[in-house]
Design a protein around this ligand. Structure first.
Ligand SMILES: Nc1nc2c(ncn2[C@@H]2O[C@H](COP(=O)(O)OP(=O)(O)OP(=O)(O)O)[C@@H](O)[C@H]2O)c(=O)[nH]1
Ligand SMILES: [Mg+2]
Length: 330
Protein backbone atom coordinates (compact mmCIF):
# COMPACT_ATOMS: atom_id res chain seq x y z
CA UNK A 1 0.00 0.00 0.00
CA UNK A 2 1.24 3.44 -0.89
CA UNK A 3 2.18 5.64 2.05
CA UNK A 4 0.12 8.79 2.51
CA UNK A 5 1.76 12.07 1.66
CA UNK A 6 2.22 14.67 4.37
CA UNK A 7 -0.42 16.75 2.64
CA UNK A 8 -2.95 13.88 2.71
CA UNK A 9 -2.24 13.22 6.37
CA UNK A 10 -2.81 16.90 7.17
CA UNK A 11 -6.08 16.86 5.23
CA UNK A 12 -7.32 13.75 7.03
CA UNK A 13 -6.39 15.28 10.37
CA UNK A 14 -8.29 18.44 9.50
CA UNK A 15 -11.34 16.44 8.41
CA UNK A 16 -11.28 14.38 11.60
CA UNK A 17 -11.11 17.50 13.76
CA UNK A 18 -13.92 19.15 11.80
CA UNK A 19 -16.19 16.14 12.11
CA UNK A 20 -15.44 15.96 15.85
CA UNK A 21 -16.34 19.62 16.30
CA UNK A 22 -19.51 19.11 14.28
CA UNK A 23 -20.57 16.14 16.40
CA UNK A 24 -19.87 18.04 19.59
CA UNK A 25 -22.09 20.90 18.39
CA UNK A 26 -24.80 18.75 16.84
CA UNK A 27 -28.24 19.87 17.94
CA UNK A 28 -30.24 17.85 20.41
CA UNK A 29 -33.73 17.07 19.26
CA UNK A 30 -36.94 16.96 21.25
CA UNK A 31 -40.21 16.03 19.55
CA UNK A 32 -43.58 16.82 21.10
CA UNK A 33 -46.45 14.56 20.10
CA UNK A 34 -50.00 13.72 21.22
CA UNK A 35 -53.65 14.20 20.37
CA UNK A 36 -54.90 17.42 18.86
CA UNK A 37 -55.64 20.11 21.44
CA UNK A 38 -53.76 18.39 24.23
CA UNK A 39 -51.53 21.47 24.60
CA UNK A 40 -48.31 20.60 22.73
CA UNK A 41 -47.68 24.02 21.23
CA UNK A 42 -48.63 25.72 24.49
CA UNK A 43 -46.14 23.56 26.38
CA UNK A 44 -43.26 24.58 24.11
CA UNK A 45 -44.35 28.21 24.42
CA UNK A 46 -44.37 27.93 28.22
CA UNK A 47 -40.95 26.25 28.33
CA UNK A 48 -39.18 28.60 25.93
CA UNK A 49 -41.25 31.71 25.70
CA UNK A 50 -41.90 31.03 22.02
CA UNK A 51 -44.89 32.12 20.02
CA UNK A 52 -46.25 28.98 18.38
CA UNK A 53 -49.88 29.24 17.33
CA UNK A 54 -52.43 27.63 19.65
CA UNK A 55 -56.19 27.31 19.31
CA UNK A 56 -58.94 26.76 21.87
CA UNK A 57 -61.40 25.32 19.33
CA UNK A 58 -60.01 23.52 16.30
CA UNK A 59 -56.91 21.53 15.31
CA UNK A 60 -54.19 24.07 14.93
CA UNK A 61 -50.69 22.79 14.10
CA UNK A 62 -50.98 21.31 10.61
CA UNK A 63 -47.33 20.83 9.73
CA UNK A 64 -44.25 20.06 11.78
CA UNK A 65 -42.81 23.27 13.25
CA UNK A 66 -39.27 23.62 14.46
CA UNK A 67 -38.24 25.77 17.42
CA UNK A 68 -34.53 26.40 17.92
CA UNK A 69 -33.25 27.25 21.40
CA UNK A 70 -29.66 28.07 22.27
CA UNK A 71 -27.96 26.27 25.14
CA UNK A 72 -24.58 26.93 26.78
CA UNK A 73 -23.01 25.35 23.73
CA UNK A 74 -24.98 24.20 20.73
CA UNK A 75 -28.68 24.16 20.04
CA UNK A 76 -31.76 22.34 21.11
CA UNK A 77 -34.36 21.75 18.41
CA UNK A 78 -37.96 21.31 19.43
CA UNK A 79 -40.33 19.77 16.93
CA UNK A 80 -43.97 20.66 17.45
CA UNK A 81 -45.99 18.00 15.65
CA UNK A 82 -49.56 18.11 14.39
CA UNK A 83 -52.00 16.42 16.76
CA UNK A 84 -53.46 13.01 16.01
CA UNK A 85 -57.20 12.35 16.28
CA UNK A 86 -58.27 14.86 13.68
CA UNK A 87 -59.22 12.47 10.86
CA UNK A 88 -58.22 8.99 9.75
CA UNK A 89 -56.36 10.10 6.64
CA UNK A 90 -54.48 12.83 8.50
CA UNK A 91 -53.67 10.37 11.30
CA UNK A 92 -52.10 7.86 8.93
CA UNK A 93 -49.79 10.60 7.67
CA UNK A 94 -49.00 11.92 11.13
CA UNK A 95 -48.26 8.44 12.51
CA UNK A 96 -45.53 8.19 9.86
CA UNK A 97 -44.17 11.58 11.00
CA UNK A 98 -44.24 10.41 14.62
CA UNK A 99 -42.35 7.26 13.72
CA UNK A 100 -39.66 9.22 11.95
CA UNK A 101 -39.33 11.78 14.71
CA UNK A 102 -39.23 9.08 17.40
CA UNK A 103 -36.31 7.63 15.51
CA UNK A 104 -34.51 10.94 15.04
CA UNK A 105 -35.17 12.64 18.36
CA UNK A 106 -33.15 12.33 21.54
CA UNK A 107 -36.23 12.90 23.67
CA UNK A 108 -39.92 12.63 22.89
CA UNK A 109 -42.61 14.28 24.99
CA UNK A 110 -45.82 12.32 24.58
CA UNK A 111 -48.61 14.57 25.80
CA UNK A 112 -51.79 13.14 27.30
CA UNK A 113 -54.73 15.16 28.54
CA UNK A 114 -54.71 15.02 32.31
CA UNK A 115 -58.47 15.10 32.63
CA UNK A 116 -59.14 12.23 30.28
CA UNK A 117 -59.45 8.60 31.33
CA UNK A 118 -59.49 7.16 27.88
CA UNK A 119 -56.08 5.76 27.00
CA UNK A 120 -57.12 3.45 24.15
CA UNK A 121 -56.45 5.94 21.40
CA UNK A 122 -52.92 6.79 22.56
CA UNK A 123 -52.04 3.17 23.39
CA UNK A 124 -53.11 2.14 19.90
CA UNK A 125 -51.14 5.02 18.32
CA UNK A 126 -48.06 3.99 20.33
CA UNK A 127 -48.46 0.38 19.23
CA UNK A 128 -48.88 1.41 15.58
CA UNK A 129 -45.63 3.34 15.83
CA UNK A 130 -43.66 0.60 17.56
CA UNK A 131 -45.02 -2.48 15.82
CA UNK A 132 -42.56 -2.44 12.93
CA UNK A 133 -39.50 -2.49 15.24
CA UNK A 134 -37.75 -5.38 17.00
CA UNK A 135 -38.31 -5.81 20.76
CA UNK A 136 -34.84 -4.43 21.48
CA UNK A 137 -35.42 -1.37 19.31
CA UNK A 138 -38.83 -0.86 20.88
CA UNK A 139 -37.25 -0.68 24.35
CA UNK A 140 -34.66 1.76 23.02
CA UNK A 141 -37.33 3.98 21.51
CA UNK A 142 -39.45 3.79 24.67
CA UNK A 143 -36.42 5.01 26.65
CA UNK A 144 -36.71 8.29 24.76
CA UNK A 145 -40.34 8.92 25.61
CA UNK A 146 -41.50 10.96 28.57
CA UNK A 147 -45.24 10.96 29.13
CA UNK A 148 -46.60 14.33 30.14
CA UNK A 149 -50.04 14.87 31.62
CA UNK A 150 -51.03 18.26 30.26
CA UNK A 151 -53.48 20.86 31.59
CA UNK A 152 -53.16 19.63 35.16
CA UNK A 153 -55.01 22.78 36.18
CA UNK A 154 -58.22 21.50 34.57
CA UNK A 155 -58.73 18.63 37.02
CA UNK A 156 -62.23 18.77 38.41
CA UNK A 157 -60.97 19.30 41.94
CA UNK A 158 -60.22 22.96 41.56
CA UNK A 159 -58.20 23.68 44.67
CA UNK A 160 -54.80 25.05 43.77
CA UNK A 161 -52.66 27.11 46.05
CA UNK A 162 -51.22 30.32 44.67
CA UNK A 163 -48.14 31.47 46.53
CA UNK A 164 -47.04 35.09 46.33
CA UNK A 165 -43.26 34.75 46.10
CA UNK A 166 -42.50 38.48 46.16
CA UNK A 167 -44.03 41.65 44.73
CA UNK A 168 -43.84 40.34 41.16
CA UNK A 169 -43.86 36.56 41.05
CA UNK A 170 -46.40 33.94 41.96
CA UNK A 171 -46.27 30.15 41.91
CA UNK A 172 -49.04 27.53 41.79
CA UNK A 173 -49.06 24.30 43.77
CA UNK A 174 -51.84 21.73 43.89
CA UNK A 175 -53.78 21.23 47.10
CA UNK A 176 -53.32 17.87 48.81
CA UNK A 177 -56.46 16.38 47.23
CA UNK A 178 -55.42 17.52 43.76
CA UNK A 179 -51.84 16.35 44.27
CA UNK A 180 -53.02 12.89 45.34
CA UNK A 181 -55.17 12.61 42.22
CA UNK A 182 -52.28 13.77 40.03
CA UNK A 183 -49.92 11.23 41.64
CA UNK A 184 -52.39 8.39 41.14
CA UNK A 185 -53.02 9.41 37.54
CA UNK A 186 -49.29 9.56 36.82
CA UNK A 187 -48.89 6.07 38.31
CA UNK A 188 -51.79 4.73 36.22
CA UNK A 189 -50.38 6.15 32.99
CA UNK A 190 -46.92 4.83 33.80
CA UNK A 191 -48.33 1.33 34.26
CA UNK A 192 -50.37 1.56 31.05
CA UNK A 193 -47.76 2.96 28.70
CA UNK A 194 -44.35 2.13 30.11
CA UNK A 195 -44.55 -1.14 31.99
CA UNK A 196 -45.11 -3.31 28.92
CA UNK A 197 -41.73 -2.04 27.62
CA UNK A 198 -39.82 -1.80 30.90
CA UNK A 199 -37.27 -4.51 30.09
CA UNK A 200 -34.34 -3.04 28.28
CA UNK A 201 -34.90 0.64 28.95
CA UNK A 202 -32.18 2.77 30.54
CA UNK A 203 -32.27 5.78 32.88
CA UNK A 204 -29.71 8.52 32.69
CA UNK A 205 -28.76 11.51 34.80
CA UNK A 206 -25.95 14.01 35.09
CA UNK A 207 -22.93 13.26 37.26
CA UNK A 208 -22.33 16.09 39.69
CA UNK A 209 -19.86 14.37 41.98
CA UNK A 210 -17.50 11.46 42.27
CA UNK A 211 -20.04 8.76 41.67
CA UNK A 212 -18.72 5.26 42.26
CA UNK A 213 -20.62 2.19 43.40
CA UNK A 214 -20.23 -1.53 43.07
CA UNK A 215 -23.31 -2.48 41.07
CA UNK A 216 -23.33 -3.93 37.54
CA UNK A 217 -26.55 -2.11 36.62
CA UNK A 218 -24.72 1.21 36.83
CA UNK A 219 -22.15 2.76 34.51
CA UNK A 220 -20.81 6.30 34.53
CA UNK A 221 -18.32 8.80 33.15
CA UNK A 222 -17.40 12.38 34.03
CA UNK A 223 -20.73 13.77 32.85
CA UNK A 224 -23.38 11.16 33.27
CA UNK A 225 -24.58 8.11 35.17
CA UNK A 226 -26.58 5.38 33.47
CA UNK A 227 -28.85 2.81 35.10
CA UNK A 228 -29.70 -0.22 33.00
CA UNK A 229 -33.37 -1.04 33.50
CA UNK A 230 -36.46 0.52 34.95
CA UNK A 231 -35.97 1.94 38.41
CA UNK A 232 -39.07 1.23 40.48
CA UNK A 233 -39.88 2.40 43.97
CA UNK A 234 -38.51 -0.68 45.87
CA UNK A 235 -35.19 -0.47 43.97
CA UNK A 236 -35.02 3.24 44.69
CA UNK A 237 -35.44 2.86 48.44
CA UNK A 238 -33.06 -0.10 48.57
CA UNK A 239 -30.35 1.89 46.78
CA UNK A 240 -30.95 4.95 48.93
CA UNK A 241 -30.55 2.82 52.05
CA UNK A 242 -27.36 1.18 50.82
CA UNK A 243 -25.70 4.29 49.40
CA UNK A 244 -27.21 7.28 51.23
CA UNK A 245 -24.47 9.48 49.85
CA UNK A 246 -25.98 9.24 46.34
CA UNK A 247 -29.64 9.62 47.27
CA UNK A 248 -30.12 12.51 44.88
CA UNK A 249 -28.62 10.61 41.94
CA UNK A 250 -31.01 7.69 42.51
CA UNK A 251 -33.91 10.06 42.86
CA UNK A 252 -33.10 11.64 39.50
CA UNK A 253 -32.79 8.24 37.82
CA UNK A 254 -36.12 7.24 39.33
CA UNK A 255 -37.70 10.42 37.97
CA UNK A 256 -36.55 9.55 34.45
CA UNK A 257 -39.58 7.41 33.78
CA UNK A 258 -42.10 9.14 35.89
CA UNK A 259 -45.11 10.52 34.12
CA UNK A 260 -45.00 14.29 34.66
CA UNK A 261 -48.22 16.21 35.29
CA UNK A 262 -47.82 19.77 33.99
CA UNK A 263 -49.76 22.90 33.38
CA UNK A 264 -48.57 25.41 30.82
CA UNK A 265 -51.13 27.93 32.07
CA UNK A 266 -50.11 27.61 35.72
CA UNK A 267 -46.47 26.90 34.84
CA UNK A 268 -46.72 23.89 37.13
CA UNK A 269 -43.88 21.34 37.10
CA UNK A 270 -42.13 22.89 34.09
CA UNK A 271 -38.77 22.79 35.85
CA UNK A 272 -39.24 19.12 36.69
CA UNK A 273 -40.12 18.38 33.07
CA UNK A 274 -37.05 20.28 31.90
CA UNK A 275 -34.87 18.25 34.26
CA UNK A 276 -36.23 15.01 32.81
CA UNK A 277 -35.61 16.30 29.27
CA UNK A 278 -32.01 17.31 29.98
CA UNK A 279 -31.31 14.09 31.90
CA UNK A 280 -32.56 11.99 29.04
CA UNK A 281 -30.49 13.76 26.43
CA UNK A 282 -27.32 12.11 27.62
CA UNK A 283 -23.88 13.04 28.69
CA UNK A 284 -22.96 15.97 26.47
CA UNK A 285 -26.38 17.53 26.68
CA UNK A 286 -26.16 17.76 30.41
CA UNK A 287 -23.17 20.09 30.25
CA UNK A 288 -24.64 21.93 27.28
CA UNK A 289 -28.15 22.60 28.49
CA UNK A 290 -28.08 22.77 32.25
CA UNK A 291 -28.63 26.53 31.84
CA UNK A 292 -32.28 25.71 31.08
CA UNK A 293 -32.82 24.41 34.58
CA UNK A 294 -33.97 27.01 37.02
CA UNK A 295 -36.76 27.53 39.53
CA UNK A 296 -37.93 30.58 37.63
CA UNK A 297 -39.55 28.27 35.07
CA UNK A 298 -42.33 27.48 37.52
CA UNK A 299 -43.08 31.09 38.37
CA UNK A 300 -45.45 33.45 36.63
CA UNK A 301 -46.28 37.11 37.19
CA UNK A 302 -48.61 37.28 40.18
CA UNK A 303 -50.91 39.69 38.36
CA UNK A 304 -51.30 37.10 35.58
CA UNK A 305 -51.85 34.26 38.05
CA UNK A 306 -54.77 36.10 39.59
CA UNK A 307 -56.49 36.16 36.20
CA UNK A 308 -56.80 32.36 36.35
CA UNK A 309 -58.74 32.42 39.56
CA UNK A 310 -62.43 31.76 39.33
CA UNK A 311 -63.56 32.64 42.78
CA UNK A 312 -66.30 35.23 42.55
CA UNK A 313 -69.00 35.39 45.22
CA UNK A 314 -72.17 37.24 44.35
CA UNK A 315 -75.31 38.14 46.20
CA UNK A 316 -78.07 37.58 43.59
CA UNK A 317 -80.71 39.18 45.78
CA UNK A 318 -78.91 42.43 45.87
CA UNK A 319 -77.38 41.94 42.43
CA UNK A 320 -74.03 42.66 43.97
CA UNK A 321 -70.56 41.16 43.83
CA UNK A 322 -69.34 40.36 47.33
CA UNK A 323 -65.88 39.05 46.49
CA UNK A 324 -63.77 38.73 43.39
CA UNK A 325 -60.32 37.23 43.81
CA UNK A 326 -59.04 38.97 40.69
CA UNK A 327 -59.81 42.30 42.32
CA UNK A 328 -58.18 41.57 45.67
CA UNK A 329 -55.00 43.42 46.52
CA UNK A 330 -52.86 40.73 48.08
N1 LIG B 1 -56.32 25.21 31.14
C1 LIG B 1 -55.27 24.99 30.33
N2 LIG B 1 -55.40 25.15 29.00
C2 LIG B 1 -54.34 24.90 28.21
C3 LIG B 1 -53.09 24.47 28.74
N3 LIG B 1 -52.24 24.28 27.71
C4 LIG B 1 -52.93 24.59 26.59
N4 LIG B 1 -54.19 24.95 26.89
C5 LIG B 1 -55.22 25.38 25.93
O1 LIG B 1 -55.60 24.28 25.12
C6 LIG B 1 -55.89 24.71 23.80
C7 LIG B 1 -55.10 23.87 22.80
O2 LIG B 1 -53.71 24.08 23.01
P1 LIG B 1 -52.63 23.89 21.86
O3 LIG B 1 -51.31 24.20 22.47
O4 LIG B 1 -53.03 24.62 20.64
O5 LIG B 1 -52.76 22.32 21.59
P2 LIG B 1 -51.97 21.42 20.53
O6 LIG B 1 -51.75 20.10 21.17
O7 LIG B 1 -50.78 22.13 20.03
O8 LIG B 1 -53.07 21.26 19.38
P3 LIG B 1 -52.82 20.86 17.81
O9 LIG B 1 -51.85 21.83 17.27
O10 LIG B 1 -54.19 20.97 17.21
O11 LIG B 1 -52.34 19.46 17.82
C8 LIG B 1 -55.54 26.20 23.76
O12 LIG B 1 -56.74 26.94 23.91
C9 LIG B 1 -54.66 26.41 24.96
O13 LIG B 1 -54.77 27.70 25.52
C10 LIG B 1 -52.97 24.32 30.16
O14 LIG B 1 -51.93 23.98 30.73
N5 LIG B 1 -54.11 24.59 30.90
MG1 LIG C 1 -50.25 22.70 18.14
Amino acid sequence: MQALSQEQIERLKKEAIESFIKAANAPFIVAVIGQTGVGKSSLINALFNTDLKTDPVKPCTMAIEKVVVKGNQGELWFYDLPGIGESESADARYIEDYKQKLFEADVVLWCLHCDSRSVTFDVSALNKILVSFSAEKQAQLMSKITFVLTKADTLSHPAWILAKMDNTWGMFAPSKVTRDILDKKAQYYQETFLFPYRHGIVSRTYNDGNFKIDDPQFSWDTYSIVFQGFMDEPTLSQLKGKYPHYQEVFQRLYQNYQVVPCSSSFRYNLNKLMLVIVNKMGKEAIARFNNFLNDQLDKLPFAKAKEYSNLIVIDPNKNRKLFDLTETRI
